[in-house]
Write a protein that binds this ligand. Structure first.
Ligand code: HEC
Length: 171
């Protein structure tokens, strides 16, 4: 093999793993929907924004829930604060299950200089019953597909979402 051929062969060999990797990390694109909820190919909840800007129900609901339970520490719109990280970024970087785990069980970072506490929300139905909503909204913010502020056009809430919510809240 001469040098250019060897180089070409090396490129071809690395091209395949790159393609696989790119596919693995798409935890954003909705590939199917069920009763008003959208999911990635890995069955992880995600947002959906139509061409005219209409957002799915969870993104809209997540905007409201985030701003009642999380923004005091994490800043408006998931932008972060001097105390707590920017969740619009975390929702993209973190695995869905890891995200759920931190919110359910909390996390504390203590060292000589700082003492940061992420409370455990596992017992709080106003968070736990809307965790997917919050997660989906933050992913949409992180992917920059919804502008700041309350989403304008939204899909209506499906019967299944309403029933699941009532069951979760114990109504
Ligand atoms: C009392 C303040 C406070 C509130 C309220 C709060 N958090 Fe946090 N959160 C924190 C702090 C501080 C950290 C960083 C902890 C650390 O560094 O280990 C954190 C970390 C996180 C992380 C991990 C982020 C990362 O990139 O590692 C997630 C996810 C998270 N919070 C979600 C939420 C959600 C969702 C809500 C609302 C339901 C919420 N938090 C409400 C203080 C708070």
């Amino acid at each position: 093999m001469n040098a250019p051929t060897r180089l070409l062969a090396a490129c071809l060999m690395t091209a395949v793993p790159f393609a696989v990797q790119a596919q693995e990390i798409d935890n954003l694109t909705a590939v199917y929907s069920e009763d008003g909820r959208y999911f990635t190919e890995d069955d992880v909840p995600t947002y959906n924004v139509a061409e005219d800007g209409t957002v799915d129900w969870l993104t809209y609901s997540g905007f409201r829930r985030y701003h009642s339970e999380c923004h005091v520490c994490h800043g408006p719109e998931g932008e972060g604060s001097s105390y707590a990280p920017a969740l619009k970024k975390s929702a993209i970087d973190m695995d869905y299950y890891e995200f759920r785990d931190v919110v359910t069980n909390g996390r504390t970072k203590v060292n000589a200089a700082e003492n940061f506490v992420m409370p455990a929300f596992g017992e709080n139905p106003n968070v736990m019953c809307y965790l997917d909503d919050i997660y989906v909204y933050l992913k949409a913010r992180g992917a920059d597909v919804v502008p700041r502020g309350r989403p304008g056009r939204k899909e209506s809430k499906s019967d299944v979402i309403r029933e699941d919510e009532n069951a979760c809240l114990g109504h």
